[in-house]
Design a protein around this ligand. Sequence first.
Ligand SMILES: O=P(O)(O)O[C@@H]1C[C@H](O)[C@@H](CO)O1
Ligand SMILES: Nc1nc2[nH]cnc2c(=O)[nH]1
Length: 281
Amino acid sequence: MKQCYEDYEATADWLRSKTAQRPKVAIICGSGLGGLAELLHNKVVFPYKDIPLFPQTTVEGHQGQLVFGTLEGQQCVCMQGRFHTYEGYDLKQVTYPVRVFSLLGVKTLILTNASGGLNSSYKVGDIMLIKDQINLPGLVGNNPLCGPNEDRFGERFLCMSDAYDSDLIALAQQTAEEQGIEEFMQKGVYCMVSGPTYESVTEGRALRTLGADTVGMSTALEVVVARHCGLRVLGFSLITNMVVTEYDSKQRANHAEVLETTRMRTQVLEGLVTKIVAKIQ
Ligand SMILES: O=P(O)(O)O[C@@H]1C[C@H](O)[C@@H](CO)O1
Ligand SMILES: Nc1nc2[nH]cnc2c(=O)[nH]1
């Protein structure tokens, strides 16, 4: 499927015609982390299947609906479920909602994800503020900005050294302190791989050597497209499991464990994001 500017406009126009809400903040919820959308007030909910040109979610823990509403007085739009390349979607489909958000007038994108911990000082249940990313698919040609540049969204050559907004990171750190949850807050580098396989021992070790603190199967592509259209970005990675990096380990990564850990920390992460949203200008 080849998206053009008019497709993004058609989806944004359709949403505008169905709700008078004009969010400035968008939130993409990771695996098992969609509960945040339930906290919105004056909710207007659109199942993805009803939204023109929107992909559908196929993964357990990703509900598949777009929720507009107000969080602490701030108008927000929340994706309860995201799209991944391992589901068979291409790079433009995975990132489709981000450009729609930009056309709707969103200025700040908050992303959450579930990830495997690579940094041995991290623990299952820690929440990592993403300070930078390794877009592994992008480094080898699978970058969502490949192809003709759409100047109406952004420039051809995009700087990614400031992808995660330092003011928003500072705001998040300050808010975590106020919430008294610094003990399980981390700040580090997220690496995206395509999945759906979890890492072999040697792959896990290699990613750690590259400088990654956590690894997951999302986020980096959405962030590239968000930065291309000028959105400010804040990201959180919930460490749902530790990546197995010992050849004789009996531990095995699995999605059930991922979802179980999200259940353990979902309220804390929701509380943190809510308080941050309240302070975003
Ligand atoms: O959407 P996210 O990145 O939170 O989901 C992670 C990566 C895979 O989709 C899944 C693996 O358990 O969780
Ligand atoms: N690639 C990857 N994605 C994850 N998502 C949640 N845990 C993991 C993990 O260990 N590896």
